[in-house]
Write a protein that binds this ligand. Structure first.
Ligand code: FES
Ligand SMILES: [Fe+2]
Length: 380
């Protein structure tokens, strides 16, 4: 993984940027960490949307995300500076002010708590154990919700994660969802076919397509996968691809979570999760003797590896390309123009230009099954 270059909090509406002119921090929900990682580390500090943030959970399980700047005298709050979580409260390393999950100061060592000392916190939301925080234009509150949790439970394997870090922009990476031509040219997919039309409903863009993919997985012989996929782009930090592989009878989902770090680099978190493969329509070479649970876990890891391979092919291009504000499109480019118009809503109005979309009020992808958890917070 590359080191972070530069630092610099930037104005979320600023016109300077990576990717050749795109503002680096479009509005939306962006991945912070998994709940599991938070529980393991107790306190996480990272660069996110051009600033240092800390994330922790209190004893009631509420997750908080805030800028790593103490409102008292400005100390950093992460573990490197000596910040820690005690009894569910974030404790500043400099004078011991304690902050609860709402970001308010609730205790100091030598005086009553300061009423004006409040962390600059971000609204959080959780989807299947993945914690996201809201980045609003000029600090405004969430303009839409992330989708409800898709069905999970015993029928689905544990999600597997991989992170790639590179120079890029979340608008450029999410554009993959409508760029059918590159599926053939870069990734070598066959029989690529758009299914239905791309739809946009506020912050939710939906794109369905079929393709065939032949891959050598590990030492296993070439395997052919016939896939029907639907990509849900919900802002530029959250894409979910639900797919059905027809020859095996395998259902899965893949999240692609792009998060700007410092205005130049992004983290692209890939998350793969398969439904248990109980009765495969065809035998999967090398996996046929495994019990269904292990077979699914193994297949999930292979799927993720394969996805990472494809994304690396994209990264070769993404990390070197320049954003073309007026691309020279051709007939096989499909809905790239439509996608670009969809993206305008995530930037300040002054940057949208004529024909910019109004900001939507909410997004819902209907999934039968469980509900997602929301942690309260505010943008201070
Ligand atoms: S700087 Fe944080 S308590 Fe003083
Ligand atoms: Fe791609």
């Amino acid at each position: 993984m590359s080191p972070l270059r530069g630092s610099g909090a930037r104005d979320p509406g600023g016109a300077g940027a990576g990717a050749g002119g795109l503002p680096p921090f479009p509005e939306g929900w962006y991945f912070v960490a998994t709940r599991e990682a938070l529980e393991r580390a107790k306190l996480i500090e990272k660069t996110w949307m051009g600033r240092r943030i800390v994330a922790w959970r209190d004893d009631a399980g509420r997750v908080s995300v805030a800028e790593s700047v103490c409102p008292h005298l400005g100390s950093a709050l992460g573990p490197a500076a000596g910040g820690r979580v005690r009894n569910g409260r974030l404790v500043c390393p400099f004078h011991g002010f304690e902050f609860d999950a709402s970001g308010g100061c609730v205790a100091t060592p030598f005086a009553p708590p300061s009423k004006i000392a409040k962390l600059s916190s971000f609204e959080t939301r959780e989807v299947l154990g993945m914690v996201f925080a809201w980045w609003g234009i000029n600090g405004r509150p969430p303009q839409w919700r992330l989708p409800e949790d898709p069905p999970a439970g015993a029928d689905w394997c544990e999600p597997a994660f991989r992170t790639l870090r590179f120079r890029g922009h979340p608008q450029e990476t999410s554009e993959n969802a409508v760029d059918m031509a590159h599926l053939r040219y870069v990734h070598g997919y066959d029989k690529v076919r758009r299914v239905g039309s791309v739809t946009v409903d506020g912050a939710h863009l939906r794109s369905s397509f079929d393709f065939r993919r032949v891959r050598r997985i590990g030492r296993i012989a070439d395997l052919t996968f016939d896939v029907s996929a639907t990509a849900h782009v919900v802002g530029l930090g959250y894409s979910l691809v639900e797919f059905h592989e027809r020859s095996i009878g395998m259902d899965g989902r893949l999240w692609v979570l792009a998060t700007p770090l410092d205005g130049t680099l992004i983290d692209l978190v890939l998350v793969s999760q398969l439904r248990r493969i109980r009765k495969p329509k065809r035998l999967i070479a090398g996996l046929r003797f495994l019990p269904p649970a292990l077979r699914t876990e193994t297949m999930n890891r292979l799927t993720l590896l394969s996805q990472k391979h494809d994304v690396r092919q994209d990264v070769e291009v993404w990390s070197r390309k320049r954003y073309r504000r007026r691309p020279a499109l051709c007939a096989s480019d499909g809905e790239i123009g439509m996608y670009r118009r969809y993206c305008r809503q995530f930037y300040p109005a002054r940057l949208r230009g004529a024909g910019g979309s109004p900001v939507p009020s909410a997004v819902r992808i209907r999934h039968s099954g469980s509900a997602s958890r929301t942690s309260r917070g505010h943008r201070g």
